[in-house]
Design a protein around this ligand. Sequence first.
Ligand code: 13P
Ligand code: SF4
Length: 330
Amino acid sequence: MSDNTLREEILKLKEELDVTVVAHFYQKDEVFNIADFTGDSLELAKFSAKDEKANLIFCGVGFMGQSVKILDPNKRVLMPKIACCAMAKMVDIEYYNQNILFLENSGIKKEDIMPVTYINSSAEVKAEVGKMGGYVCTSSNAKLIISKALMSGKKIFFLPDRCLGQNIALNMGLKSCVVGDGNDPKEFDIICYDGFCSVHQLFDIEDIEFYRDKYPDILVITHPECKPEVCKNSDFVGSTSQIQKYIKELPLEQKIVVGTEYNMVNRLRKKNTYILSSTKPECPTMNETRLEDLKEVLLSIKNGSYINEIIISEDTRKYAFKALNRMFKL
Ligand code: 13P
Ligand code: SF4
């Protein structure tokens, strides 16, 4: 079936049904262009939780659909693919508790630990964080949330992205270490879990040098999931929305090189834009969602079979909500 026919069928089903379709910036163009609302993880969570339709289809990765369900348990949240963000998969409750135990064995009492989890984590991990009085953050508000969490006077345990944790620490003039790197965690303000994003790890300092040598006036723009040395050598570091806003305000003649996911960069602007890698940095799980999957999930709403519905137990949801809501309150 051609993409055009598929598109028309999807649009028709969307019109017939009580449904809203949202898509993250990293989705393939064909999926992105058919959504009712697009944005970064924070914007999508906020929008979706307020949306009045009974059904929400989230084109993104699993933790994003889960965030909407945590905020609004009465909404039916479905995903064309329950694709799991590789970074979110790096931490589960068992690893989380092992890390807390490691910190306790290093001489930090559990009551002196303030966990802050990046939104890229499962509902179960968010619930553990919620139980300990901790926060959720996104890449657009991590600095604000960490500043607030530091007011508790406790050590920050930041998870799962060690790069985001280290980059925020550098930005705020704080000391950070990574669990298991041989350092004594007691000596540091932010102790990071050893997780990372495989896509943003693709960007290296050599790539920056290559572009700066070739085009001395080029601006280097990266996401804070990139390695600290990459962010330190960038002209601008920001979340997906912040990157878009920054680029929009630049003159079109300004050459830019961007270190974040391919689909988003490719859509930003066609001229004078380079990607900070010799390989195509596509997020494999974000790219799993196809128009065919979107049609399938719409059909399942029509026939009442509701495939790929996000289900979270009330016990997990209630604690995960605490951590997520502490972020929204700020
Ligand atoms: P945003 O929070 O900026 O949307 O990013 C999510 C993400 O997964 C980046 O890799
Ligand atoms: Fe997860 Fe990285 Fe993909 Fe973002 S780009 S969804 S952090 S694997």
